[in-house]
Design a protein around this ligand. Structure first.
Ligand code: C5P
Length: 294
């Protein structure tokens, strides 16, 4: 069984003060984008008494394939919950979504794995059960069970689908900078940032979804930009230069380091990506917003 797992961007991300468990309450508008990892799954029925075992192979040597990988943890969680200790799984992952970029690649792979393994084993689980497993794996995993355009609250795991944005396209700017999410949140706390008031004032999503690219970009905020830019002066500098080159609002996705700008037409995103490549020497990809599952 082959499935594809899309990346996401946080169009809008407000962050509150941390709760006693150290996590931060969020209000985010997340959207899938047309950049995909691909996963293949093969179930190998073992003899009775075999222990459940998941093996993962990846075409990117930088990706750990041991039990620390969310794909392995997701597959093991489904096998455990299903009581299928006699089933072994071979998974292969073609990695296209950069890591440490705030694009949710690991979370999307995990959600695709939960869904695929449940289907492979013929488990007829209700969506709430899949969502519960997803939420344990990571804050962003549940979003990918829904997509393509959702409001995410709680730690990120409380997902409500909302209207998709009118802009059809984005340019993703991918600096060669790895941002560690926990470090960005720690810096957020050190800077004393976070307003719970911002979490309780819900935007009028339907009105925002009807806006063209430039008007919508003017509404969008990412509260993790300040701490990410405080940790990486290079990222701050690139953000400023990208906005000048594109003459557009440029936002960061998640905890970085990817940056994006929105466009109403795919051709404009193509031109923007070419300009970022030429003028800034950075990797930039034109992508569809909320694409059909590839
Ligand atoms: O849930 P996930 O494993 O993706 O979170 C990674 C890290 O990001 C957490 O360990 C925590 O430090 C931080 N985080 C947070 N508040 C959130 C989501 C993540 O502080 N809502």
């Amino acid at each position: 069984m082959r499935v594809s797992a899309p990346a996401k961007i946080n169009l809008h991300l407000r962050v509150g003060r941390p709760t006693p468990d150290g996590f931060h309450p969020l209000l985010s508008w997340m959207a899938t984008v047309g950049l995909f990892d691909t996963l293949s799954f093969q179930a190998i029925e073992g003899s009775a008494g075999d222990t459940a075992e998941v093996s993962l192979a990846c075409d990117d040597p930088a990706v750990p394939c041991d039990g620390s990988n969310l794909v392995v943890r997701a597959a093991e969680a489904v096998l455990r919950e299903a009581g299928r200790a006699d089933t072994r799984l071979a998974v292969s992952l073609a990695k296209r979504i950069p890591m440490g970029a705030g694009l949710g690649g690991g979370s999307s792979d995990a959600a695709a794995t939960v869904r695929a393994v449940a289907r492979l084993l013929g488990l007829d689980w209700p969506p709430e059960k899949l969502a519960r497993i997803a939420a344990i794996l990571g804050s962003d995993v549940a979003f990918f069970l829904h997509g393509p355009s959702s409001q995410c609250t709680g730690r990120g795991e409380v997902v409500v689908p909302i209207a998709r944005p009118k802009p059809t396209s984005a340019v993703l700017i991918l600096p060669a900078i790895h941002m560690a999410t926990p470090a960005v949140y720690r810096q957020f706390d050190r800077m004393g940032l976070g307003s719970d008031a911002a979490l309780h004032r819900l935007p009028d999503w339907a009105a925002w979804a009807a806006l063209g690219a430039e008007a919508l970009a003017g509404e969008l905020v990412n509260d993790l930009e300040a701490p990410a830019f405080a940790l990486s002066a290079d990222l701050r500098d690139l953000h400023g230069r990208a906005a000048r080159v594109l003459r557009r609002t440029v936002r960061m996705s998640g905890s970085g380091s990817s940056l994006f700008a929105l466009y109403d037409a795919a051709g404009d995103a193509d031109d923007a990506a070419a300009r970022v490549g030429r003028d800034l020497g950075l990797q930039a990809l034109p992508v569809a917003l909320c694409p059909p599952q590839g």
